[in-house]
Design a protein around this ligand. Structure first.
Ligand code: DAH
Length: 339
């Protein structure tokens, strides 16, 4: 009986030695140890042999199984090592990795960050306000009468609740002055919404950057100096900046700011980039009424405000002819700005 086991074991070891890949090794395992494997079938004979031989038979069976399992394991390790070496052959692990394509910042993000950097250097802090506004903060507190065209349903997105999508970031001026006392020096970049026809220079969602400086002796020259400096930082010191008298309900006097665009091969032209002015005392008064104090006493306090179009700045900076490119997410356009 024991010879039979010895011969099963030696042919099993031969099979294992001859197996050249994982599949052949598996076949060998099944042929010997599987349900109908040679060793399994031999083991089943234990019930037929005389009792006094059962112990020795069992021992040699177990010894054979241990031996065969060890050989299987050893062969498996060898085959795995060969497979690993093959997988890596021809690959030079010392080469530097190929770089992965990375995204870049959107031109609007780039221009906004740059604008913020310039203004923060001048001491302006970031402020924020909701894009879903009420009429009070968007219009009334900004001295804009109920019959002003901007409040028209044709121009503004209204919700049934009476709230609206802010038509400008100037509402952040009001929210800031309601909760802080002078000196106030803030900027508020953010989206604004208008029911404009969409074309090469208009979107119904666009981006503004609002600014407000309120203190005891803020003057018109401060406004001009600040904004001239800003546009020189933005577009270069030789850029001409012009303040054109205009009307806004919440500033007096008010101006629109144009910068002179000089593109090679084209006649220079003025491009409107911002509105600005000295805060109208009526604005301070309505905020004092809400605050129920006189923290913004128009007799002692003055201020300037401005609101610029960030999309415009991006268009000027990079000569972008159609504003829609800024929202279409065409990678052929956007990848030009990746840094
Ligand atoms: N809110 C104005 C607009 O969207 C721009 C503006 C003009 C903002 C004058 C100001 C300002 O702060 O003082 O057209």
């Amino acid at each position: 009986m024991n010879e039979q086991i010895a011969s099963i074991q030696s042919s099993a070891l031969e099979l294992i030695a001859a197996a050249n890949d994982a599949r052949a090794l598996d076949d060998a395992r099944v042929a010997v140890l599987g349900k109908k494997g040679t060793l399994t079938l031999a083991g089943a004979l234990i019930k037929d042999i005389p009792n006094e031989e059962k112990a020795t038979f069992g021992q040699s069976l177990n010894a054979a199984r241990t031996e065969i399992n060890a050989a299987l394991q050893q062969k498996e390790n060898i085959l795995q090592a060969i497979a690993d070496a093959n997988a890596l052959s021809g690959i030079d692990l010392t080469l530097p990795p190929r770089s992965l394509p990375t995204g870049g910042l959107h031109p609007l993000t780039l221009i906004r960050d740059e604008a913020i950097q310039i203004l923060r250097r001048m001491g302006f802090a970031l402020a924020d306000g909701p894009e879903i506004e009420d009429e009070y903060h968007c219009f009334d507190a900004l001295n804009t009468p109920a019959d002003h065209p901007a409040r028209n349903e044709k121009d503004t997105f209204y919700f049934n609740s009476g709230k609206l999508l802010r038509t400008h970031t100037s509402s952040v001026q009001i929210r800031t002055m309601e909760t802080s006392t002078p000196p106030i020096r803030i900027i508020a970049p953010g989206s604004a919404y208008r029911r404009d026809e969409i074309d090469a220079t208009h979107l119904s969602v666009f981006n503004q950057l609002e600014g407000l400086f309120v203190d005891t002796d803020v003057t018109l020259p401060d406004l001009k100096g600040t904004l001239e400096y800003f546009f020189h930082e933005m577009f270069g010191t030789s850029t001409e900046v012009r303040f054109r008298p205009h009307f806004f309900p919440f500033t007096e006097p008010s101006f629109e700011i144009d910068v002179k665009l000089q593109i090679k091969g084209q006649a220079p032209r003025w491009i409107e980039v911002a509105g600005c002015g000295m805060v109208d005392p009526a604005v301070f008064k309505s905020i004092n009424a809400t605050r129920k104090d006189n923290a913004l006493d128009p007799k002692k306090i003055t201020g300037f405000a401005f609101g610029m179009g960030l999309d415009r700045l991006a268009m000027i900076r990079w000569g972008i002819k159609d504003i829609r490119l800024l929202i279409e997410n065409d990678t052929r356009f956007l990848s030009q700005f990746a840094q």
